[in-house]
Every structure is written in structure tokens, then in C-alpha cells.
Unconditional design. Structure first.
Length: 71
């Protein structure tokens, strides 16, 4: 004996339920795209980082600070 199926309720309405995005939800990705496009459009202006290795120095200081506080 098969089970009786229930009829669907009223069909889903498509009467223009709009989703509004805040202005920054469109502006920020567009700004990021333009910025990245400008960065790759002129590779002649790209320069290698010179001078002190800042990140290596920072990590060394953190390691020294943690080592001095370890019992």
C-alpha cells in the first residue's frame, strides 16, 4: 500500500523579492581588482625588497623573547 503524498503548498512567489547589497559589498571587490590589475600592468616599476630582512628579524626577536620567559 503506497503512502499518500501531500500536495505542495502554494507555489513559490517570484514577485520581485530583491536583495540589496551594501555599497561596500560591490566597491571593495572592485577596488581590489583594480589595485591588483594596476600592480601587474607595469612590472617594470616592481622593485626587489632591499635592506634589512624585517620579518626574519621580527621572528628572531619573538623567539628570543619566548626563550627568555620559558622556565
Amino acid at each position: 500500500m503506497s503512502a499518500r503524498t501531500h500536495p505542495r503548498p502554494h507555489p513559490a512567489t517570484t514577485s520581485g523579492v530583491g536583495v540589496r547589497l551594501p555599497w561596500w559589498a560591490v566597491a571593495l571587490p572592485a577596488l581590489a581588482f583594480v589595485t591588483l590589475l594596476l600592480l601587474i600592468s607595469d612590472p617594470a616599476q616592481a622593485q626587489a625588497a632591499g635592506g634589512d630582512p624585517v620579518i626574519a628579524d621580527l621572528l628572531e626577536r619573538i623567539r628570543n623573547a619566548l626563550a627568555s620567559h620559558t622556565p
